[in-house]
Design a protein around this ligand. Sequence first.
Ligand code: ZN
Ligand code: ZN
Length: 610
Amino acid sequence: MQTRFSQLSHHLYVHHGHVNTGILSDGDRALLIDPSGTTFCATLSELGITDIEQILFTHHHRDSTAGFPIPDNVRVGVPAKEAAWFSEVETFWNDPQYRWHLYNYHPHNLMLANAISVMDTYTEGVRFEWGPASLTVLETPGHTDGSVTYLVDVGGERFAFSGDLIYDEGQLWDLYSLQKGQQTSDYHGFLGARDELTESLEKIRQTSATTLVPTHGVVMNDPNRAIDSLQQRLTRCYDKYVAISALRHYFPKLFAEFEGSPGHMPIREGKPPPEFLRHFGTTWMVISENGEAFVMDCGSPNVIKQIQQLQANSEISEVTQFWVTHYHDDHVDAIPEFQATFPCETITDSVVARVITNPIGFRLPCISPSVTRVDRITRDGDSWQWNEFTMTAYHFPGQTYYHGGLLVEGRGVRMFFAGDSFTMAGIDDYCSGNRNLLGKDAGYEKCLRRIQQLEPTHIFNCHVDPAFDFTDAEMQCMLDILAEREECYTELFPWDHANYGMDEHWVRCYPYEQEVAFGETAQLRVEITNHSSEPRTAIAQPILPNAWNMELAPAETTISARSDGHIDFSVPIPRHLDASGKRIVVPVDITYDTRPLGQFREAIFVLTGG
Ligand SMILES: [Zn+2]
Ligand SMILES: [Zn+2]
């Protein structure tokens, strides 16, 4: 790539690589802000800089901190609140609470693979002089909890290096970094960090900085206009989210200020389920006239006890089929025990089966380490008879992409078991990590069209006792708002489709984690979803540990419009390493559509044997 840099002032430059690196120069020495990768080194030579004295990072994300081997004598400074996420990253990578049952996403897994030494930690108001400049630290959380902004006063002007708070006028680098719980876990907090983000942007506005330099993005010379535009867009995007959010059913207090907002879908009343259904925990059970039971999901051993109780009371004879709606832990944790207790056929959608039969291969919200045996994998529209009922299975990418839906017809009703995808208040897309894709024939658009076509008399959610349905007008309201969202969320990101900013997993490693033995060759696949309406080229390169003394060549693929592609790597594991049981983080460097993204994703190798 060609070296590109711009000069902001006599002593201040910005190198435009996969991120913007600030270069404050004083003769042949420099202070760098957010150096990542090595492309800025060419700019340094061009500027005659031979001595990197000091490095400052705005936040801990690997895609703006990794890739440059920092020499020992360089002074590294980071936000005090994130210091551990630079210098003790092993704590994160080795702690199961950051791997399984994920309901909280702070800190985020976009973290350095290997720790770096930190000398200075910065809190609000810290000031210091460097060469011709004076620097001030502002705590500006939002993109991450501990992000800071460095104000650089030099040559009579004030520049704000604002991290990833804002990408460009009215734009953000991504939205999933703003997933944050307010009164509950991060899981329920779609855009939950927007207030923090707004306050941080206001704080920057008040400094009267003349220029904003984002880590990802475009240098902004009219900070007020850039910030105003972003705030307006975020307000609209959040309104379009709340308007049809299923969360209004679970946590009405969170949305009190939106009561009576124009265009928001009213919340429906429920209706009683047919008498041959039972509901306990997240499990629904259909009881046939012959006494046999069809069970859906098993999240806890209590469900097993309750089924046994029904057997003891002769309300049911035996469980003969079992359906899994989706991979979340509160639906699958107790399946191994259930399968040992009730020998019956386990059926699920092919996309769900991929996760629950090999959960170690995925890193997703609410993921359970429980491995589920699946006896029959269904494709979209597969139908079968179970006693007096006709069952039809669908891929149903609602609450998560890895989700199925089941139509159960019989005894005069058409019941649709939607997993967790709907409540009477609307759609369940409050966790961006679940991959709720926008667009035609994707995500909830696909689910709503399916329900329009099937016209169920009852819709069921695993967490909700009453059944419910939607009127034609409500269905249309949800579809219209989804279409508006596609448009207003696309404006928010520097991509040609909103899904790049919203779908955290558009680039992912498979398997995410795997056990590898010394001397073997491991297989690693980098999967990429092209959310654009044209083909795109992707380049990936796994970055192996220094100690392995080995480099994998980058590889490339072209992916058709709106589809998945992948790049396969064979990774030779060295024969002699003294690290049995050690978890090795292998970051993957990505370039997409000629845009370098740095160490954008990672895979984990767990060394065994030796
Ligand atoms: Zn970031
Ligand atoms: Zn769920």
